[in-house]
Design a protein around this ligand. Structure first.
Ligand SMILES: Cc1cc2nc3c(=O)[nH]c(=O)nc-3n(C[C@H](O)[C@H](O)[C@H](O)COP(=O)(O)O)c2cc1C
Length: 197
C-alpha cells in the first residue's frame, strides 16, 4: 500500500519575510520557457510558464504548476486537455503575449503566430522546439497553485535550435554552439592565472 507522509511546517516557524527570500532565491533557478494552451472552441487561452517538468517517460507524462487565479485555470479544469509548447529563442514575443504583457486576453494571445491541432484539438505552436498534446491525468490543488499531471498523447519536435530561458527576472537565449564556444574559451588554461581550484 502506498502511504504519503506529509510534513507540515511548525506554524511558529513560518514568517512572511520568508516569501521575499524565497522569491529572490528562486531567481537563481534557470527555467526553460513554455506556453501552455487550453481550450478547443471559441474559448481558448494560454499562459507562459517555467514550471513544466518531465514526470515519467513510460508512460510519457509531465507536470506543470498553474496559478488558480490564471484565466487558463477554469478552462483547463473543465476541458481536461492542454498543450505544452517549449519556446525557441526567437519566440520571445509569444512568451510576452502569453504572460499577459500588452493586455491581450484569451484567443487574442494566439495572434501573430501559427498554430495547429493534433489529437486533443488544443492549439500547438508551429516552430516551437517541441509541442506536447496532453490530457489531464490528475490535478493536485495546493496553496495558490494546481499541480497538473498531463499524459502526453502526441509529440511534435523540431530540429535542435536555440532555446528561450528565464533567469534573474529576464529572458535569455540558450544556444549550444554559442555556449560551447564560451565554455571552450573559458577552459583554455591560462599560464598567467593565479586562481587555484
Ligand atoms: C517567465 C514566466 C514564467 C511564468 N511561469 C509561471 C508558472 O509556471 N505558473 C504560473 O501559474 N504562472 C506563471 N507565470 C505567470 C503567467 O504567465 C501569467 O500570470 C499569466 O499568463 C497571466 O494570467 P492571465 O491569463 O490570468 O492573464 C509566468 C510568467 C513568466 C513571465
Amino acid at each position: 500500500m502506498n502511504s504519503i507522509v506529509r510534513i507540515m511546517p511548525d506554524p511558529k516557524l513560518r514568517s512572511e519575510p520568508l516569501a521575499f527570500d524565497f522569491r529572490s532565491a528562486m531567481r537563481h533557478l534557470v527555467g526553460g520557457v513554455s506556453v501552455i494552451t487550453v481550450g478547443r472552441g471559441s474559448e481558448t487561452s494560454g499562459m507562459t510558464v517555467t514550471s513544466v517538468s518531465s514526470l515519467s517517460v513510460e508512460p510519457a507524462s509531465l507536470i506543470v504548476s498553474v496559478n488558480r487565479n490564471a484565466s487558463s485555470w477554469p478552462i483547463l479544469q473543465r476541458e481536461r486537455v492542454f498543450g505544452v509548447n517549449i519556446l525557441a529563442a526567437d519566440q520571445l514575443e509569444v512568451a510576452d503575449r502569453f504572460a499577459g504583457k500588452g493586455g491581450a486576453k484569451g484567443a487574442e494571445r494566439f495572434a501573430g503566430a501559427e498554430w495547429r491541432k493534433r489529437a486533443t484539438g488544443v492549439p500547438l505552436l508551429v516552430g516551437a522546439l517541441a509541442a506536447f498534446d496532453c490530457e489531464v491525468e490528475d490535478i493536485i490543488e495546493r496553496h495558490s497553485h494546481g499541480i497538473v499531471i498531463g499524459r502526453v498523447l502526441h509529440v511534435d519536435a523540431t530540429a535542435p535550435a536555440a532555446a528561450l530561458a528565464y533567469w534573474q527576472g529576464d529572458y535569455l537565449t540558450v544556444d549550444r554552439d554559442e555556449d560551447m564556444l564560451k565554455l571552450a574559451t573559458m577552459s583554455v588554461p591560462n599560464p598567467q592565472s593565479t586562481r587555484k581550484f
